[in-house]
Design a protein around this ligand. Structure first.
Ligand code: 3HC
Length: 290
């Protein structure tokens, strides 16, 4: 099976980034969301990002030519001829199941259906379809056009052919795929991220160090591109707390009692997206290096 057209469901931060990466790699892309408001915002963000990449000569094709390969739609009808679909809707299990059921009905029988979930078991999503062997996890990182890593997560049902097609696609997108052996909650990278958040949180809450001090250690000793609290703000504190809860409730990691993150979410200080989290940003959605 040759992949010619990629479908993306969900035009949020991850969805529009994945659509951009797919179009840069030369595929025809159709991105679907429930409202034109979301789609128009996504379109503007893709154009901005492509312009930046073009100015820096990180892509050689003109942004408008790449944009010509992306179709925006509020209807699943555009998925009728998709060969590979990547879902990036919010992390709500019932919503994911509904999307996969719909995709199973409308896409051609050869199409592979991937989820960008960071925590929901792929086997549970696969069970919503009649093509469990063609369902797989393809977990990108924010911002997708910049981050090289993609976790490839097969479920117990995923066929070898689906795995190899997905690995191949990730390489065509110029990504470094890491294939997981078994489905484990939070996969690999988010389990490591949880450990970092837990220790950072414990140190601040027990007054051993300030937020800024922990972040300086992360940047200048661990050489991370962002501090741990800075990265949490960037990911979204609601997303970070959900991820924390999912891994802990699965019983596969020990918890660290710390309420700093939860309190921020209760105050609706969600990080970059709300303009305030552990740090303050110029405006909601606008990231500025701390
Ligand atoms: N498209 C194109 N260019 C972009 C971009 C995008 N979407 N986002 C950032 N850039 C560019 C900026 O314009 C900037 O270009 P410039 O140097 O010419 O001005 C360049 O990248 C560097 O950006 P900044 O100067 O704003 O800041 P940084 O040097 O800190 O880089 C970063 C930003 C690339 C985001 C870097 O800080 C980083 O790699 N941070 C870690 C991100 C990370 O770990 N992401 C994973 C989160 S976890 C996740 O997503 C999984 C989920 O399941 C939770």
């Amino acid at each position: 099976m040759m992949i010619k057209k990629i479908g993306v469901v969900g035009a949020g931060t991850m969805g529009h980034g994945i659509a951009e990466v797919s179009a840069i790699a030369g595929f025809r892309v159709s991105i679907v969301d429930i409202s034109w408001d979301f789609l128009n915002r996504a379109k503007d963000k893709i154009i901005d990002s492509l312009n930046k990449l073009y100015e820096k000569k990180q892509i050689s094709e003109k942004p408008e030519e790449i944009m010509n390969r992306i179709e925006f739609s509020v209807s699943y009808e555009t998925m009728k001829d998709a060969d590979f679909v990547i879902e990036a809707v919010p992390e709500i299990i019932e919503l994911k199941k509904k999307v996969f059921e719909e995709l199973d009905n409308i896409t051609p029988s050869h199409a592979i259906l991937a989820s960008n979930t960071s925590s929901i078991p792929i086997s549970t999503i696969a069970e919503a379809t009649k093509r469990k062997d063609k369902v797989i996890g393809m977990h990108f990182f924010n911002p997708p056009p910049i981050m090289k890593l993609v976790e490839i997560v097969p479920s117990k049902y995923t066929s070898d052919e689906t795995i190899s097609m997905t690995l191949d696609l990730a390489k065509k997108m110029n990504k470094i795929p890491v294939r997981l052996k078994v489905e484990v909650p939070g996969f690999v990278s988010n389990r490591i991220f949880l450990r970092l958040m837990q220790e950072a949180c414990r140190e601040v809450e027990s007054k051993e160090a300030t937020i800024e001090e922990v972040d300086s250690c992360a940047r200048y000793k661990l050489k991370l591109p962002m501090g741990i609290f800075e990265l949490s703000d960037y990911v979204g504190l609601d997303v970070a707390v959900d991820l924390w809860k999912v891994i802990i409730s699965s019983g596969t990691a020990e918890d660290v009692k710390c309420t700093l993150y939860q309190k921020k979410v209760e105050m609706k200080e969600l990080g970059v997206k709300s303009g305030k989290g552990f740090y303050t940003y110029p405006s909601p959605g606008k990231y500025k290096k701390v």
